[in-house]
Design a binder for this molecule. Structure first.
Ligand code: PLP
Length: 288
């Protein structure tokens, strides 16, 4: 279904949403973004997404031209114009350096561009939750933190695109990337968790990865449920020999991983810990 788009305050259908080819988001990939969703029509964990957006912007010296409340109003107006009925919304907020001369000098782009895309949240196929998915351990290395730091939710997604495309070629649903030290980091569009002896482990931010909002809330919910949750450096063997593995993201929530390339993980079926965390996450989302 078509998207509704807000470009610098002007809401239109997707065909009429335009941005200059001289926008530095287009020519240089300079910008940051967030992906949010609604539950029961309400934006989930908005404050946390705003905190991360502000942090991403700070890390590239981009001043966000709105308050959290102001942006919330713009998002609500855009969702309203999308006429979603009872369907949940997928929302992507992008902020770029804006339009200016073709130079890296920040003085060239005094006015950031702000784009909000709202559309119905795509339904995930039930099968991927019932059977779990296969991921590929790809040879694309996650960005070095002193290059394009993975902490920045950057519009420049070449690193993730190349990893995901390699995974798709290998018939996998997602890619798992290592860092330059060979430690596991995350997937192309999601964070990675493994379960061993009832303990849930996920790579620490120091391994170089996006601080996922779902990762953060799942760590909290797991602890509240009495599950042992830990952030720990993980290597290939931790994934390959896991009892369970799963990935997390705003749109996929908690998705079981049942194979890594040709290797079966655990029993080859989605595991009970991922299921419990998914229930906990959905419970939290509906309760807020
Ligand atoms: C590289 C990467 N890691 C992790 C995530 C998951 O983050 P979140 O849970 O905030 O959606 C995403 C989401 O798009 C991502 O692109």
């Amino acid at each position: 279904m078509a998207a509704t788009v807000n470009v610098n305050g002007r809401i239109s259908g997707e065909r009429d949403a335009v941005i200059s080819v001289f926008d530095h988001g287009f020519v240089y990939g300079e910008g940051v973004y967030e992906t949010l969703r609604t539950y029961d029509g309400r934006l989930f964990l908005y404050d946390r997404h705003m905190r991360r957006l502000r942090n991403s912007a700070r890390m590239i010296e981009l001043e966000l031209p709105f308050t959290d409340e102001g942006l919330h109003d713009q998002i609500s107006d855009t969702i309203g114009a999308a006429n979603l009925g009872t369907r949940e919304a997928y929302v992507r907020v992008l902020v770029t350096r804006g339009v200016g001369d073709l130079t890296y000098n920040l003085n060239a782009t005094p006015k950031p561009s702000v784009v909000i895309i709202a559309k119905p949240l795509p339904d995930q196929p039930a099968e991927i939750y019932e059977k779990g998915v296969k991921v590929a351990l790809v040879d694309v290395v996650r960005n070095h933190p002193q290059s394009v730091n993975p902490m920045i939710k950057s519009n420049n997604l070449m690193n993730s695109a190349l990893a995901a495309q390699q995974a798709f070629k290998r018939g996998a649903f997602e890619a798992v990337m290592r860092n330059y030290r060979g430690e596991l980091t995350e997937c192309a569009t999601a964070n990675l968790f493994v379960v061993k002896d009832s303990t849930v482990r996920t790579p620490p931010l120091e391994s170089g990865l996006l601080p996922g909002i779902t990762r953060e809330i799942v760590l909290e919910i797991g602890s509240e449920l009495g599950i042992q949750m830990s952030e720990r450096v993980l290597r290939d063997g931790d994934l390959l020999d896991a009892d369970e593995a799963f990935l997390t993201s705003t749109t996929r929530e908690v998705l079981p991983i049942t194979a890594v390339d040709e290797r079966t993980i655990g029993t080859g079926e989605p595991g009970p810990v991922a299921h419990k965390l998914m229930q906990g996450l959905r419970g939290r989302a509906r309760a807020l």
